[in-house]
Design a protein around this ligand. Structure first.
Ligand code: DP6
Length: 336
């Protein structure tokens, strides 16, 4: 087995219809399908170097605005577990040196773990010389425990299909990034670390009496989101995004024990968006496992929405993204 080195760049993604609730935590099999858009400006770059002289995996993280630091504890265990899955495919025990850089604030409510596990898995697969199809790579990335990472593999607008089997739960592209000039303007109202991780709440989701209702509704929303993307219908996509985000948060708020991710700033942004829509400026909210609000809008309106969002006292800063490509291998390595 040739021990090699490879670098991959992967995007974060924002879900229009969310993954919420894990059916099989060991395999990271979700209950429901989801739809997302890769973000063009929120990227993780990861180099994996397998080296027969190492006794243990070495993982160094360089988060945005922070000094390089070795990974420890649970994050280190999760990286090693994912490297083990890749090593098992290659039938090797060889250890690796991993260097990972984020170009966006990890405290901005943008799922950095999705970008991180997509980049790690892709770089490790390439470094071991494995040849996987995009579907196989998405399955392997999903098993990392950050399920949404499987959606950062294909390009542009993405559908995570799910037939409730390991091999049948993977993401596919439904349109390339240039299909639709859409934007995600993230309004950061609280840059603190989230109170309860998604992983904990994926396990708790089914304790909510509203979870069954959510599952009944979600397949309809998947079809509506796919049609809205196909037809460039922002009004339809926005309605789906808002309904699905509210549904996910109702489930979180009514799980045992409940989690309230929203704060006063979250509601201030929601109310402002509704007011601006009455004035003819169309931005729609979606919210992940935290208080920050992702505003989905036409790229032509992104600057005006950013300007207005930044003027709200509750908003600390904004980050604007367009649709972007999925994971890619870097040939001339920029770092490490
Ligand atoms: C609310 O378990 O994929 O973002 O917690 O970042 O590892 P991490 O993500 P994951 O859960 C994602 C939950 C979500 C909805 C979504 O992206 O579909």
């Amino acid at each position: 087995m040739a021990a090699g080195r490879a670098t991959a760049i992967a995007p974060a993604n924002i879900a229009f219809v969310k993954y919420w609730g894990v059916q099989d935590a060991a395999l990271t099999l979700p209950y429901n399908e989801s739809i997302s858009m890769n973000l063009d400006r929120c990227l993780t770059t990861t180099t994996v170097q397998f080296d027969g002289r190492l006794d243990a995996d070495e993982v160094v993280l360089k988060l945005h605005g922070q000094a390089e630091q070795p990974a420890r504890g649970r994050p280190l265990e999760r990286v090693i577990a994912q490297l083990d899955r890749v090593r098992a495919l290659a039938a090797t025990q060889i250890r690796a040196r991993v260097h990972s850089t984020n170009n966006f604030p990890s405290d901005a409510g943008i799922a950095s773990s999705a970008a991180a596990f997509a980049a790690l898995t892709t770089a490790a697969v390439a470094a071991l010389g494995l040849t996987l199809s995009e579907q196989e790579l998405s399955v392997l990335t999903r098993r990392s425990g950050s399920g949404s990472a499987c959606r950062s593999i294909p390009t542009g607008f993405v559908h995570w299909r799910n037939d409730h089997t390991d091999g049948g739960s993977y993401a596919v592209s439904v349109a390339p990034p240039e299909h639709w000039a859409l934007a995600d303007v993230v309004a950061v109202v609280d840059p603190g670390v989230k109170s309860v991780t998604s992983a904990d709440n994926h396990r708790l989701a089914a304790t909510s009496p509203y979870f069954a209702v959510r599952l009944q509704e979600v397949s309809g929303r998947i079809q509506q989101a796919l049609t809205a993307i196909r037809d460039h219908d922002l009004g339809q996509l926005g309605a789906v995004c808002e309904a699905d985000a509210v549904s996910m948060h109702v489930v979180a708020m009514t799980a045992q024990p409940p989690t309230f991710y929203w704060n006063a700033g979250t509601l201030a942004v929601i109310h402002a968006l509704r007011q601006w829509r009455n004035e003819g400026l169309f931005g729609y909210f979606t919210i992940d496992a935290g208080p920050n609000v992702h505003v989905i809008c036409a790229q032509a309106d992104a600057a005006e929405l950013e300007h207005r969002l930044q003027a709200l006292p509750e908003v600390q800063f904004t980050i604007a993204n367009g649709p972007g490509p999925g994971v890619r291998i870097v040939v001339d390595e920029p770092h490490a």
